[in-house]
Design a protein. Structure first.
Length: 304
């Protein structure tokens, strides 16, 4: 394992990283004048479920149980980090982040919804979902803060959801409603004075991973995110980040020990061999012994 650089800051995606990413639908708010029309709760959930079938975001799983096989969208387009557009019954349906789909006047009312549904650019419904933090998230953040690391959230989720998680875990900084480009800009602005580890699991994190000094993907994350990460947590536990950090620190220490031994050995033995004070066979034995010592020292990393 390559040693980690000296880390100053840990940046976390929220959904699926600090939280379980196992959403459930808490509330559905339908436009008042549509309550008695064809757009009842069952209908809007079925439409949303049909569109979310094309999404890899964890939120999509919350709609799975509402799938109606008779509701089949066509010409579906996924806008990564924003939402989905599909055609049904000669209408264009859009499902996505409120900040992507709503005008300022309507946005203020539904800004805390995880996603909203529009039909021909007319607001139909807002969906409020709930998610729970991981059991080991609080312990991880507390340990990192004890070690004087700066912790922040970079998330595409709404402000209220991010603030709730940040308050529970005592995160230092929170950035919400972000696109992948927004995350990159914030990350790059902080890199001038900090070395940053980015931890995430979503498809939106893949481009951000490339901007971070070190990127860590959750084992349950998308294949796109894992392909772009430097490290993958196969255990899917946040506590593995502490193990990673400790092993990396030990690796760095052992690398410097091996460098010191190799330079010292060569500094002493090469002049002696060149001047004839050491015979060739003794030099070979010494070099082999040096290599064995370096390997044995490195094998200490295998000890728990």
């Amino acid at each position: 394992m390559e040693a980690l650089p000296q880390i100053d800051c840990f940046a976390f995606d929220k959904t699926g990283t600090l939280t379980l990413g196992e959403f459930s639908i808490k509330e559905v708010v339908i436009q008042n004048d549509l309550l008695q029309s064809e757009y009842d709760q069952q209908k809007v959930l079925a439409i949303a479920a049909a569109l979310e079938l094309y999404s890899e975001h964890p939120i999509a799983k919350a709609f799975t149980s509402y799938r109606d096989l008779l509701v089949k969208p066509e010409k579906v387009t996924v806008h990564s980090g924003s939402g989905i557009i599909g055609h049904m019954n000669q209408q264009i349906f859009k499902l996505g982040k409120p900040s992507w789909l709503l005008e300022a006047e309507t946005l203020d009312r539904y800004k805390n919804a995880q996603c909203v549904l529009l039909a021909d650019d007319k607001f139909i419904a807002a969906f409020y979902l709930s998610d729970n933090t991981r059991e080991d998230a609080k312990q991880l953040i507390a340990t990192l803060k004890e070690q004087e690391y700066h912790c922040l959230i970079l998330s595409g989720d709404n402000q209220q959801g991010c603030n709730n998680v940040a308050q529970e875990l005592e995160i230092d900084e929170v950035f919400s409603n972000l696109s992948a480009k927004d995350k990159m800009h914030i990350l790059q602005s902080k890199q001038s004075s900090n070395t940053i580890v980015m931890v995430g699991d979503g498809v939106n994190d893949s481009p951000v991973f490339s901007a971070a000094h070190v990127s860590v993907a959750m084992g349950s994350g998308t294949d796109v995110a894992k392909n772009g990460a430097d490290v993958i947590l196969l255990s899917n536990k946040l506590s593995a980040i502490l193990t990673l950090k400790n092993i990396a620190s030990k690796t760095k220490q052992i690398i410097w020990q091996n460098y010191l031994w190799a330079f010292t050995y060569n500094l002493i033995m090469l002049p002696l061999a060149m001047s004839g004070y050491i015979t060739p066979y003794l030099a070979v034995i010494g070099m082999s012994a040096s290599s064995i010592l370096v390997i044995s020292n490195s094998l200490r990393l295998l000890k728990k």
